[in-house]
Design a protein around this ligand. Structure first.
Ligand code: ATP
Length: 255
């Protein structure tokens, strides 16, 4: 994209007295996310992290309350009408489409792409280190490269809010570090508002500016990453991080 073309900067995201349920124990979220920051969303398995992202993305609708993006009520808007991109742990790509076309979907869902679109796609693929792999199919890429394609699609889509649901969880530690660096650099350039679900305290600490900690289908604590990680974070969070660290060391023992 030419330097003078305007880019979407991060905007605030707010769940205002949102309630939701899948027919069982209800969720309740009343929480705001600062514009242009990376917020790590953490919490035990089943606490509601993916559900929260799905409410922001529009894959689920609140029973009551409102989802506000940049102050506008998007509660009734379908996902495609929200200024949001989302990257999942895997399966972000269409298996039968080339890298280039998978990224192109971020510009045009019908893949009607003009010269400017092709230039933006090439720039994004170069940015994530995939120049030369445009014609490959997803199965011809490594797991890390597939997540880079998903990130390139986010870049060409250029929405002000980026939702990441454990995007690097299936990658090994070295690759994960590379992806975190790439994400941090892209965030510095684009300044989008990032909601980043992760089970890895070290990932949250490395790129998170704020932390939202969920427990039992609701927000148990919020604060800056510095507050959470300097030892003064909430008790429930310290217990959770202790449990995750213990799990990690058991895995290391096995490896
Ligand atoms: N589509 C669904 N239908 C019914 N129940 C669901 C559905 N999706 C999630 N749940 C339930 O809602 C609760 C919260 O799930 P959610 O995926 O939001 O948790 P999470 O914090 O992201 O967990 P994890 O860390 O394991 O990914 C869980 O008890 C889950 O079983």
């Amino acid at each position: 994209m030419p330097a003078n073309e305007s880019r979407a900067k991060g905007v605030t995201v707010r769940l205002e007295d949102v309630s939701f349920d899948y027919g069982e124990a209800p969720f309740r979220f009343d929480v705001g996310f600062a514009a242009a920051k990376i917020t790590a969303i953490m919490g035990p398995s089943g606490s509601g992290k993916s559900t929260l992202l799905n409410l922001v993305a529009g894959f689920e609708a609140p029973r009551s309350g409102r989802v506000l993006i940049d102050g506008s009520d998007v509660s009734a808007a379908p996902p495609s009408a929200r200024p949001v991109s989302m990257v999942f742990q895997e399966n972000n790509l269409f298996a039968h489409l080339s890298v280039e076309r998978n990224v192109g979907l971020g510009r045009s869902p019908s893949l009607s792409l003009g010269d400017a679109d092709h230039a933006a796609i090439a720039e994004a693929l170069a940015r994530v280190g995939l120049a030369g792999k445009e014609r490959r199919l997803p199965r011809e890429l490594s797991g890390g490269e597939r997540q880079r394609v998903a990130l390139a699609r986010v870049l060409v889509r250029d929405r002000p809010v980026l939702l990441l649901d454990e995007p690097f969880a299936s990658l090994g530690p070295a690759l994960r570090d590379d992806m975190l660096d790439l994400l941090a650099n892209v965030h510095t350039e684009r300044q989008m508002t990032v909601l980043f679900v992760t089970h890895q305290p070290e990932d949250a600490r490395r790129i998170g500016q704020d932390v939202v900690f969920l427990d039992n289908h609701t927000v148990a604590a919020t604060g800056t990453a510095a507050d959470f990680f300097d030892g003064s974070g909430p008790d429930a969070f310290r217990r959770y991080v202790g449990m995750e660290a213990a799990k990690g060391s058991r895995l290391d023992d096995r490896g």
